[in-house]
Write a protein that binds this ligand. Sequence first.
Ligand code: PEP
Ligand code: MN
Length: 365
Amino acid sequence: MSKKLCIFANHFMEQNDRPFIIAGPCSVESREQLLAVSESLCRMPRVRMIRGGVWKPRTRPGGFEGLGEPALRWMKEITESPLRMSDGAPVRFCCEVARPEHAELCQQYGIHTVWLGARTTANPFMVEEICESLRGSTIQVMVKNPISPDLKLWIGAIERMQQAGIDHVAAVHRGFSVYHWRNAQQIYRNDPLWEVALELRRQRPDIPVICDPSHIGGDRRLVASLALAAVQLDYDGLMLEVHPSPADALTDGAQQLTPTELATILNTLPYSSGNGNPASLEPLRKQIDDIDHELLGLLSLRMNLSRQIAHIKREQQLTVYQAKRWEEVMHDRLQMAADLGLNPDFVKELLEKIHGESVRVQIED
Ligand code: PEP
Ligand code: MN
């Protein structure tokens, strides 16, 4: 199955028009705010859809919980106004739904794209109820990753949507809440754990994956580098939070960009030209293939030596794991890695994997 992002958002998107950009405020806060941000975003040639939180799931009680129905009314009003997105289409809005009633109201107000928030994806009962309220509609649904790095829950919510007959489903990677010890340095609000999203893409290549660098970073200063990383990892789209005046935002002020900051980021991102790979890559790729084959051959030789060692250790009644020897090996290899200009963290991780497998082979074979 091929990617469906070209169908996502009303068939308007060309396959090579990537990444697909969604931007807008964390929360809709007033008619004036929504109008102001919509006017700014409609002037940006790359923005394809405008987000705006209507119901806000707050971690703790007492905060701003969203304006509900009036926000949907303003979205409808703007969509029906003469304002146009830069591709000439009426303004397209999307928002989060966290209950079946939200999904029904969105449909009443002509919102054609909604998303499930991280807290909702983590709750299969609620996902099921929302699916029932959307059954049979042509609405498009984006499924944010669950709060914890549980790929099965994420894929499960996507499958539930598809089983309810929703054809256009995308995944949104917004990072994961992982426990940090009190003194550990926490850079991101939500740890990206890119490998989880890459595994989702491997298992479900038909589902477009959109990155939300705003909720990963939690700090506007991190958004540009995260957005660039996502584009380099070949994500299909980006969802970014933008507010006319982030300092006054009622939610997520620290991570929202001004429209000018967004424009700067969008101008510096590489966009897919759809031209495929240049021929000059071929000879270099051939050399990489050869080296990988050589590496695997050497790994196989190394494992065979481990088996011979296991045999001797068994005869001599020696333990498989020998801390001192392992320490010496690691020290020697890290020294060599430094001489060769290799990243020591990478080499350490690689050697730990190889050694772990060698220990397993010696115990189990
Ligand atoms: C949001 O998009 O504003 C939001 C609340 O996101 P998440 O579900 O990723 O926390
Ligand atoms: Mn937010």
